[in-house]
Ligand binder design. Sequence first.
Ligand code: FES
Length: 128
Amino acid sequence: MIAAYIVYPVLRFFTPPAVALGEVDKVFVTTLDKMGLNTAKFFKFLDKPAVLVHLPDGKYTSLSAKCTHMGCTVAFQSKDDNFICECHGSIFNIDGKVLKGPATRPLPVYYVDIEGNKIYVTVKKQLA
Ligand code: FES
């Protein structure tokens, strides 16, 4: 039995991860016609809250909506183009950078892929 406590962690260490290098985690979020300018759509990505924003200049961005302080979900403030966490008052800009603490780390940014009328969010750019 003690051998199992030793062997199992060693085997797990040498076992390839469930997600192979280059594999893309990708989720369909919405369609172009459902995202007005300066609006945000919250969705679940990788079991965490995430947000897609249609910026005033027409571009799209997507970030984790999980505050990096203690994990509350941030809210989008369209008039200032930023995210506020109502738990302890952290504010993040549209790029995820911290404008006001207590959070010290930025919100992770995801990639937006538009295919036809469909908007997808991915962890990383798809390999060609
Ligand atoms: S959890 Fe967001 S500021 Fe504390």
